[in-house]
Design a protein. Structure first.
Length: 410
C-alpha cells in the first residue's frame, strides 16, 4: 500500500477513535445508601420518587447486607468479609470503641479509584471509626469528605444542629435539616463532576424526629415513632428527587440501597441474621442499566467490584478479595451468584475467629470468606459453629423468629 494512502487511513482511524471517545465519556457513579430502611417501612410509606426509579431503572428486591450499620459500610469500603482477621468488623462501632476500619492490607475502594486517576468524594454518615478520628475518611481515600461522621445520638447533635467534619476540620451546622444538607452536598459534588460519589444519609431512623413539613405529606402532628420514621423516609424521597435527575442528566449511573433491615423499635429485625435484618433492596438507573425487576440475589460486598468495573478500573488481588462484580446483571446479562452470606459478631475490633457466630446463607453465591465454609439450604436453619480451630459448620433447626415476612430462597 502506498505510504500516502496508509497515512490517510491511520489519520482517519485516529479521528474515529477520538469521535468514539467523545461519544462515550468515562462512566461516573453516584452511590446512595439509606440508613435502616427495612422493606416493611418502604412498603408502608408513599415514596413516589423511589417508585419511579424502580419502574424506570432496575430494581433488586433481594439485596443482602450485614445486619448492622458498621459491617455493611465496611463491606462496601473494602470488599472483604468482616470475619477476616485483617478486618475484624462484624459488629458496630459504638461510643467508647476505638476501632478504625483498617487501611491495609486490603485496598480501600476510594484509594483504588484514585490510584487509577479518578476522583472520589464521600458525603454523610461514616460510622467506621470513633467520631474524633476526623481524618479517617481521608485515610481511606475519600478526598474530600464532608459529613456528620457518626450517629446523631448518642454522639451529639440533632437533626437541625450537628457537627460536620470537612476533611478533618470540625464545625457546627445550625438551622439546616441534615437530610437537606446531605442532599445539597451531593448536588454540589455532582456539579463538580466527581467520578465516584458516595452519599450516606442518616435518615430515616433514630433519633425519631419531625422533618420539615414541606418534605412530607403526613398530617401534623406526627403521632408515634413509626409515623415519624415514615415522614423522615418521605423527606429522603423528596430530597432524592432533587438529586438523582440532575445526576442522570449529567451522565451518572445511580445506585441506591439500604444498609440493613428496620430497627427493632419499629418492629423490624435489625441486628439479626433473619431476613428482616439483612434483606433490603437496591435501585439502579442510568447509562448501561437495563430497566426491569431483577430477582437475582446480590449482596453489598459485591458493590466494590461493581464500582470498579463500571468505572473501568482494574481489580487486583488485594482489591476487594471477596467482591465479585454484578455489573453484567445490571445489563440483563451474566449469571447471578450462588450464595449470599450474612454475618453477625461482637463489637468492631474483636477477632471474630475467637468467638462463635450465627451464620445464615441463601443459595446463589459461592462463599469467598477466608473460612472456606460449606453452605447448605435448609428452611429455618441457622449455619453456625465457626471457629478458627475447626473451620466446621453445623446446622440445627433455628428458633422461630419474632416474624418472617419472606420465605428463605431455597
Amino acid at each position: 500500500m502506498p505510504t500516502a494512502i496508509r497515512s490517510f487511513w491511520i489519520v482517519l482511524a485516529a479521528f474515529a477513535g477520538l469521535e468514539a471517545m467523545a461519544q462515550s465519556p468515562p462512566r461516573k457513579l453516584l452511590i446512595v445508601d439509606i440508613d435502616d430502611l427495612g422493606l416493611e417501612l418502604l412498603q408502608a410509606t408513599p415514596t413516589p420518587h423511589l417508585d419511579s426509579l424502580a419502574s424506570q431503572g432496575r430494581y433488586y428486591p433481594r439485596f443482602y447486607t450485614s445486619p448492622m450499620c458498621t459491617p455493611t459500610r465496611a463491606l462496601f469500603q473494602l470488599g472483604a468479609r468482616g470475619s477476616r482477621p485483617e478486618v475484624r468488623c462484624t459488629g458496630n462501632v459504638s461510643q467508647g470503641n476505638s476501632y478504625r476500619l483498617p487501611t491495609t492490607p486490603f485496598t480501600p475502594l476510594a484509594t483504588r479509584v484514585r490510584a487509577a486517576g479518578r476522583t472520589a468524594m464521600k458525603i454523610g454518615k461514616w460510622h467506621l471509626s470513633p467520631n474524633d478520628a476526623l481524618l479517617h475518611p481521608n485515610a481511606l481515600g475519600w478526598l474530600p469528605y464532608a459529613g456528620a461522621q457518626g450517629n446523631l445520638n448518642p454522639w451529639g447533635g440533632t437533626w437541625f444542629n450537628y457537627p460536620e467534619n470537612i476533611n478533618g476540620t470540625l464545625h457546627w451546622v445550625s438551622n439546616t435539616y441534615l437530610t437537606t444538607r446531605e442532599t445539597n452536598l451531593g448536588i454540589r459534588a455532582v456539579l463538580d463532576g466527581y467520578d465516584l460519589i458516595s452519599l450516606s444519609y442518616h435518615a430515616p431512623p433514630q433519633p425519631f424526629h419531625n422533618p420539615p413539613p414541606s418534605l412530607h405529606t403526613f398530617s401534623l402532628p406526627l403521632v408515634g415513632e413509626r409515623r415519624q420514621a415514615q415522614a423522615a423516609l418521605q423527606a429522603v424521597d423528596t430530597e432524592l428527587a432533587r438529586l438523582t435527575p440532575l445526576a442522570l442528566a449529567l451522565g451518572y449511573t445511580v445506585i441506591i440501597y439500604s444498609d440493613n433491615g428496620l430497627a427493632g423499635t419499629l418492629g423490624g429485625l435489625k441486628g439479626t441474621v433473619y431476613e428482616g435484618g439483612v434483606r433490603t433492596m437496591l435501585w439502579a438507573i442510568g447509562p448501561g442499566v437495563l430497566p426491569g425487576v431483577d430477582n437475582s440475589l446480590i449482596e453489598v460486598v459485591d458493590l466494590y467490584a461493581t464500582v470498579l468495573e463500571i468505572l473501568g478500573v482494574s481489580q487486583g488481588p488485594m482489591d476487594g478479595p471477596d467482591s465479585e462484580s454484578f455489573a453484567p446483571l445490571l445489563q440483563g446479562a451474566g449469571s447471578p451468584p450462588l450464595v449470599v452470606v450474612a454475618q453477625r459478631g461482637g463489637p468492631s475490633g474483636v477477632d471474630p475467629h475467637t468467638q462463635n457466630h450465627l451464620w445464615r446463607a441463601w443459595p446463589e453465591k459461592t462463599a469467598t470468606s477466608s473460612l472456606s465454609i460449606r453452605m447448605s439450604c435448609v428452611p429455618g436453619c441457622l449455619i453456625f459453629g465457626m471457629t478458627r480451630k475447626s473451620r466446621q459448620t453445623s446446622c440445627s433447626p433455628a428458633p422461630s423468629p419474632p416474624r418472617r415476612l419472606w420465605p428463605m430462597a431455597c
